[in-house]
Design a protein around this ligand. Structure first.
Ligand code: RIB
Length: 304
């Protein structure tokens, strides 16, 4: 089963700071790196490094960042034939990471904002006549209308949506197009109206989102693990305890890992454990795409 990622590619401009700045405050940073990121591209790199056949569909700009972003994908084994170059700048993300590994992100969409309905037609979804379906991974760094159209087109496939950055008022019929919705704590709170502050409240929020139509909801709680609610089970999967240096893209690592595990027909419980391991390894390394682990690293981690 192949994995298709439809979404954003950003160049991440990352400052290491002693603490996250308050409004109006000027801080001295301690380090600066430029690394390939973007929620879509990060998920694609995560899946490809784990050995899955992965195709990225999206857009970069005709600036210097565009070719670097495509190169980062191909270097990890992602197929980039369906990444178009549009006139203008590529997407960028301005990121601060503090000493605890927590982050603050501002995304300027650039070419990601040019992804439109015509790109939906370019998704290489098999028609299913050979019995094979794909997993389609999406996020909200491209237009919601486009994500919705892609989810409709992929109705015979497994549609996984990471609702980040959150759009609080999703159309009522959106949820029914989603097989697996993977909000983090903030996104689950804003979407469901339930203030998520614990495993119990995450379960409550997940049930609200399921009632709206999402088949399965996985609330990613960072250090507190993940809460999963499907038609047949509700459970909490604790996080692996590791020393985090940078949590940027941990959620993307989780989604990439989840997709690969489900493509390999692991059970939902095993897939969530596998995804949690991928996310844990990703926070132990700096940068979005550079932090995505290989399959061997995940297998060793799970055995240790
Ligand atoms: O999820 C992390 C990503 O969010 C970063 O790589 C940044 O580009 C933003 O899209």
């Amino acid at each position: 089963m192949s994995i298709i990622v439809f979404g954003s590619l950003n160049m991440d401009l990352v400052a290491q700071v002693p603490c996250l700045p308050q409004p109006g405050e000027t801080l001295l940073g301690t380090d600066f790196i430029t690394v390939p990121g973007g929620k879509g591209a990060n998920q694609a790199v995560a899946a490809a490094r784990l050995g899955a056949s992965t195709t990225m569909v999206g857009r970069v700009g005709d600036d210097g960042f565009g070719s670097l972003l495509c190169h980062s994908l191909t270097a990890s084994g992602v197929v980039t034939d369906a990444v178009l170059t549009s006139p203008g700048p590529s997407g960028v993300a301005l990121i601060n990471v503090d000493e605890l590994g927590e982050n603050q992100i501002v995304v300027v969409p650039g070419a990601n904002g040019k992804v439109d309905i015509t790109d939906v037609d370019r998704l290489p979804l098999p028609d299913g006549s050979d019995g094979k379906t794909s997993i389609l991974l999406m996020q909200f760094e491209i237009a919601l209308t486009v994500v919705q159209a892609a989810a409709k087109r992929a109705k015979d496939h497994c549609v996984i949506v990471d609702p980040a950055p959150v759009q609080p008022h999703l159309p009522a019929d959106f949820y029914g197009l989603v097989d697996i919705l993977t909000p983090n704590q903030t996104e689950a709170s804003q979407l469901s109206g339930v203030k998520v502050s614990s495993v119990a409240t995450a379960m409550e929020a997940a049930q609200v989102l399921r009632q709206r139509g999402a088949s399965t909801v996985i609330v990613k709680l960072g250090r507190q693990g993940a809460v999963v609610a499907s038609q047949s089970e509700v459970f909490h999967r604790p996080a692996f305890q590791v020393d985090a240096v940078d949590t940027v893209a941990a959620g993307d690592a989780f989604n990439g890992g989840l997709a690969v595990a489900l493509a390999e027909e692991k059970s939902l419980r095993d897939a969530v454990e596998w995804a949690s391991a991928v996310a844990a390894l990703s926070v132990m390394k700096a940068g979005a795409q550079p932090s995505m682990p290989t399959r061997t690293q995940v297998e060793h981690f799970l055995l240790s």
